[in-house]
Design a binder for this molecule. Structure first.
Ligand code: 26V
Length: 768
């Protein structure tokens, strides 16, 4: 560990000496997963350590299992940032992560009688071995108070008074690049009170909570990830989290910058530094950098603005309106008064420009303004304050240009681009599927590890009987491993020779786990009454967490578990199908799941999943995608061709049209559909009484709220596609060939490629 720390310093010294342009990747989430094995692989030491420990009678993997998997994120966005750090370090980019050190990560999920139970994830209780506290680099972050205007020789200035201070203490986690040459870091900040005092008077009066109030209030900021923001207090806490991360992060950056370039080279900053904001959570980077340049460094507005826009770039990760951040302006003004002033000024100048340059300025101001109807829109701030905006898959970037950010795009088309997401092939193939990795190496050599596009070399084995048989054996081994995990965790025995059909991701209406569960219920009904026969047994595996306050998603978990009870306890049906819900989906559980999949379920309502990254992890491990034309499924299907994946359902245009035209009526649709009438009836007619439940929430969403996510509308097309795919499984030669082609084409989805594109088009670190 000490050596790694030294190498980290050496890497930084090299970057400093060479004046390498640095990228600071700000993200509220980093799902870094377990690190011990990752470090050893990247340092080239795994074999030595495994062997050495085994000589001492210790199983390395038992040991590695004990490491905590920090839940500093909730899903794809958080894992993406971790993959990006891995790829930046591995491809020689001076990329540093900036985030928060939440005391409790995302909750741990248990399933009790089909209900999700949330338990705190106290990942720091027994010390986290990889982090290094840097108390000497802690900085003060100011909240609340008022801002006074001052005039000094006619120059306007601002003084922030009466604020509350919080200390942001950095902790660095090393990121070891593949080959061990570059070691960068993820810097996460923890909030502490400025000074560790208690109110003695209150304490002596027995008012203990009051006596500790300041301390608790400060510590609350980094206590949990995504506190519920239904109440104003929760929203204030979210704003404080975002500002603390940004203010402390920018202070660290400026410290490094000044130490390299001195304190008067601000105009050069865009040549030397990139600040990338991962979704809008770090959008305060824009007004905060302005604040520091204006108030602390004494720059003029126009100069500070050019620098800020030259440094900051922004990635959007969702088009769902409910997920686009907006804060009440009066709340921002109260919590971060100087920052709000700057946002107001950015907004004022922007609207003035619109008025001068555009015809329909009233509508433009309403669509593109930052502050509208008393709310501050973080996406618009992020677009206006950055030099580049990107989406995360082709279809998503297209929707940004044609719809969500249309006016911005028309005004400034060159600012927008697509950067299709990627995944670390080192973690999700080399590390988590070693048998497959060695088969690949046996066929095409080692070069794919550094240059994943070389995986395409596998294609020439598409008709090689022996390789295809080995591929099937490797898959079977992974399925056996997962089967034993399932048996250990849930007591359910699954047949390794059945099809493993897997859907793992956050539980969300638009991701349509419900559609999958309806398919299983349809199979149950059909196998029971003899109307359906399956050529192959199949096990349906689900895993994913529902947000704590998201009742619909929780009801879907209960529904899946109720269907599982019905299926698994029926003598006839359970011989053909089984259903498993694996609890506590997280990076380390995910790594065991992807290698074992035959079918990858990517079935979101078209137009709603920005990209998806699980789809890529499955594909890289040889699973066949069953999906809608949504997110990166579009790229997957283009790369592998329609013979090697199965696309079904409405297109994004059809979904948009159906929503606009209001032509779709779910009740009418169901009334003419025997199968769906039966299934929607079973939700509430006592069919599930043995598991103690009716599913009125689901029923109402489909029948009274007109099936907003087109679960019923896509059902026939989905079931048809699934049947075709499961029939194909019987022809093992065809299936294994499909699997091999998927692996061969998956190199494109390495995050090394994604990062190279960000660098080429946005950060330009090689340009200096
Ligand atoms: C957040 C929320 C919060 C409120 C309830 C509804 C809702 C729906 C979606 C989100 C997602 C926020 C941003 C996000 O995590 N996007 C994910 O980013 C991944 C990495 O780019 C991408 O693969 C996923 O498709 C995208 O959903």
């Amino acid at each position: 560990m000490r050596e790694t720390a030294e190498d980290k310093e050496n890497t930084m010294s090299r970057f400093v000496k060479n004046k390498t342009k640095m990228v600071f990747y700000f993200s509220m989430e980093f799902l870094i997963g377990k690190l011990l094995e990752n470090y050893l692989i990247n340092l080239g030491l795994l074999d030595v350590v495994v062997k050495g420990l085994s000589d001492l009678g210790i199983d390395f993997y038992d040991l590695a299992e004990m490491e905590n998997d920090p839940g500093l994120g909730s899903g794809g966005l958080g894992r993406l940032s971790a993959c990006f750090l891995d790829s930046m370090a591995s491809t020689g980019i001076a990329g540093y992560g900036v985030g928060l050190r939440f005391r409790f990560g995302l909750f741990k999920q248990r399933i009790d009688n089909g209900y999700q139970i949330e338990q705190p994830d106290a990942w720091l209780t027994n010390e986290y071995p990889w982090e290094m506290a840097k108390p000497s680099e802690a900085v003060e972050v100011k909240f609340g108070g008022v801002v006074d205007r001052t005039y000094d020789n006619g120059k306007l200035g601002f003084i922030h008074k009466g604020y509350d201070s919080v200390l942001a203490v950095p902790y660095d986690i090393p990121i070891v690049g593949y080959g061990g040459k570059n070691i960068t870091s993820l810097r996460i900040f923890q909030a502490l009170p400025m000074d560790d005092t208690v109110d003695m008077q209150a304490f002596n009066n027995g008012k203990y909570a009051e006596a500790m109030a300041k301390k608790s209030e400060a510590e609350a900021i980094t206590c949990i990830l995504y506190p519920e923001d239904g109440q104003p207090s929760g929203r204030v806490l979210r704003i404080k989290q975002e500002y603390l991360m940004v203010s402390a992060g920018i202070a660290s950056i400026l410290r490094i910058y000044e130490s390299i370039y001195g304190n008067d080279a601000w105009a050069d900053m865009p040549k030397h530094v990139s600040i990338h904001i991962n979704d809008t959570h770090p959008a305060f980077c824009i007004p905060e950098l302005m604040r520091v340049l204006l108030d602390d460094k004494g720059l003029e507005w126009d100069d500070a603005w050019d620098i800020t826009r030259g440094v900051v770039s922004y990635t959007n990760h969702t088009v769902l309106p409910e997920a686009l951040e907006k804060w009440p302006s009066d709340m921002l003004q109260h919590v971060v008064p100087r920052i709000y002033m700057i946002i107001e000024e950015i907004d004022r100048r922007f609207k003035e420009m619109l008025r001068n340059e555009l015809g329909d300025w009233y509508n433009n101001c309403r669509n593109m303004g930052i502050i509208v109807d008393g709310m501050t829109r973080m996406a618009n701030l992020s677009i206006i304050g950055s030099h580049h905006v990107n989406g995360v898959a082709e279809i998503h970037s297209q929707i940004l240009k044609a719809d969500l950010f249309k006016d911005f795009y028309l005004m400034n088309p060159d600012k927008f681009s697509n950067k299709t997401n990627g995944i670390s092939h080192r973690r999700f193939l080399m590390q988590s599927n070693k048998p497959l990795a060695s088969l690949i190496t046996d066929c095409i050599g080692e070069s794919w590890k550094k240059d994943p596009e070389k995986l395409s070399g596998l294609e020439k084995y598409a008709n090689d009987k022996s390789v295809l048989e080995k591929l099937a054996a490797v898959k079977r081994e992974s399925k056996a491993r997962l089967a034993s995990y399932i048996s250990k965790k849930s007591g359910i025995d699954v047949d390794v020779d059945s099809i493993f059909d897997i859907q793992v991701k956050r539980m969300h209406a638009y991701k349509r786990q419900l559609l999958n569960a309806f398919k299983v219920l349809w199979l149950y009904n059909g196998i029971k009454d003899g109307s359906v026969t399956l050529p192959h047994p199949c096990v349906f595996i689900f895993s994913g967490k529902a947000a704590q306050g998201y009742h619909f998603a929780k009801e879907v978990i209960k529904f899946i578990c109720s269907v599982a009870d019905k299926v698994n306890s029926d003598e006839k049906v359970s011989k053909v199908i089984k259903v498993v819900f694996i609890e506590n989906f997280c990076v380390s559980v995910a790594q065991q799941i992807y290698p074992a999949a035959d079918i990858s379920e990517q079935i979101s309502t078209a137009g709603m999943e920005a990209s998806g990254t699980g789809n890529m992890k499955f594909m890289m491990n040889g699973a066949i995608t069953l999906g809608t034309l949504d997110g990166a499924n579009v790229e997957i299907s283009r790369l592998v061709g329609n013979d090697n994946c199965k696309i079904f359902g409405m297109t994004a245009e059809e979904v948009a049209h159906a929503l606009r035209s209001r032509e779709y009526n779910s009740r009418q649709f169901v009334s003419g559909h025997g199968t769906l009438s039966k299934i929607t009836g079973q939700l509430v007619d006592g069919f599930f009484n043995s598991s103690g439940q009716s599913f009125w929430g689901i029923h109402d969403a489909l029948m009274s709220r007109n099936d907003e996510f087109f679960v019923l509308k896509d059902f026939d097309s989905y079931v048809g596609a699934w049947m075709e795919l499961s029939n194909t499984y019987g022809d093992s030669k065809v299936w294994n060939r499909m699997s091999l082609i998927n692996i061969a084409k998956s190199g494109f989805f390495s995050s090394d490629r994604t990062i190279a594109e960000y660098d080429r088009d946005i950060w330009n670190t090689k340009g200096v």
